[in-house]
Design a binder for this molecule. Structure first.
Ligand SMILES: NC(=O)c1ccc[n+]([C@@H]2O[C@H](COP(=O)([O-])OP(=O)(O)OC[C@H]3O[C@@H](n4cnc5c(N)ncnc54)[C@H](O)[C@@H]3O)[C@@H](O)[C@H]2O)c1
Length: 338
């Protein structure tokens, strides 16, 4: 079985590729390298022992995408490629709709034209919006309140409609909670360009001295210590979830949305305390006002992932903070040389 992996050089895609290649899966890696480094390919090879096949293609370029399907005999697709910054999506929504929705339509059309019926998609807990109840189950209504979340929700709707229109299709949308951590080797990790949007890369960049202090947005939420609570998931657990999803698609048809989370929440201050204690570094932080659009607390009900895919998290917060720091401390500049 040959799997096309879009966004393969990115944070989550690269960790998936290492796991999947180690499992003996046959992959074609695709990325436009807009938010990733070509160096990742060498590291994937080093860690997996397999030299990956790579195509530098933009999914917004339909002809180039179709040429990849023509060149290889693709059986399934794992679609990571896209933009992911919530704030940026509010500032430039059309850029997000063009890449995450129009790019995904190109992919779905290419799959349909070429008779490729299996897809695993990177969705997000952002599709749920304000929690009506916690933890979120997959039955929670979808009501994203930013363009990024809308793009994920729209793609899910397209996948469902496509599966309803043709019973040969089998597609899974994986709704990630908060992926952090890095490969245990410390050689592969998250390397956001510019000021990070997510908490963990911010923490590691403060720890390494690149940023002066961490801003903690809000300490008056109705949570254990007043700071926001999130469900953190190790990126290697996430990688395994995708392999289980591919296996599921081999024997099943139709559309499913599945939460991938630990089923447990930690506050910002708990994460900082764990990071400082286990890694023996200080994280200076200042409390700032709440950020518009931030939710107080949410975490996953991961029961469906266990029942449907036979997946659950194996790694805990300790592993996440250790591996994130091992990566950042060994690579203070990420993949760049200076
Ligand atoms: N990291 C998170 O916190 C998180 C949470 C939920 C969902 N997701 C989703 O998971 C996916 C992967 O996220 P990530 O954290 O690895 O992000 P990332 O930015 O590290 O990886 C995305 C990759 O896609 C590539 N890419 C972007 N647009 C492309 C295009 N038009 N054509 C080809 N390649 C393109 C980028 O160069 C990058 O290598 C994204 O779809 C994201 O929305 C991420």
């Amino acid at each position: 079985m040959t799997i096309l992996v879009t966004g393969a050089a990115g944070f989550i895609g690269s960790h998936f590729c290492v796991s999947a290649l180690q499992q003996g899966l046959d992959l074609v890696l695709l990325d436009n390298l807009e938010n990733s480094s070509i160096k990742v390919l060498k590291i994937i090879e080093e860690l997996s022992g397999v030299a990956p096949v790579f195509e530098q293609v933009d999914v917004r370029d339909k002809d180039a995408l179709v040429a990849v399907f023509d060149k290889y005999s693709i059986d399934a697709v794992v679609h990571f490629a896209g933009y992911k910054a919530v704030g940026e999506s509010s500032a430039d929504p059309l850029m997000y709709y063009r890449n995450n929705v129009a790019g995904s339509i190109n992919l779905l059309e290419a799959m349909k034209e070429q008779g490729v019926h299996k897809l695993v998609f990177s969705s997000s807990a952002t599709v749920y919006g304000e929690p009506e109840f916690n933890p979120y189950t997959e039955l929670h209504r979808k009501q994203p309140f930013n363009p990024y979340g809308q793009t994920k929700s729209m793609m899910e709707d397209m996948m469902r409609d496509l599966c309803d229109s043709d019973s040969q299709f089998s597609m899974i949308s994986l709704r990630y909670f908060n992926p952090i951590g890095a490969h245990v080797s410390g050689k592969l990790g998250e390397d956001p360009k510019g000021i990070p949007n997510n908490l963990m890369p911010f923490v590691t960049k403060v720890a390494v001295g690149e940023l002066k202090e961490l801003g903690v947005f809000g300490d008056d939420y109705d949570t254990v210590d007043g700071t926001g609570v999130r469900d953190y998931i190790h990126v290697m657990d996430l990688a395994v979830g995708h392999i289980k999803a591919i296996n599921y698609l081999s024997d099943n048809r139709g559309f499913e949305a599945v939460n991938l989370g630990a089923g447990k929440g930690y506050s910002v201050l708990q994460l900082i305390e764990t990071f400082e204690r286990l890694n023996n570094v200080k994280i200076p932080f200042v409390i700032k006002p709440r950020r518009e659009g931030d939710l107080a607390a949410y975490w996953a009900d991961a029961t469906k992932a266990k029942q449907l895919l036979g997946w659950q998290t194996e790694l805990g917060l300790d592993d996440m903070v250790r591996d994130s720091w091992a990566w950042q401390s060994a690579n203070p500049n990420g993949y760049s040389d200076n």
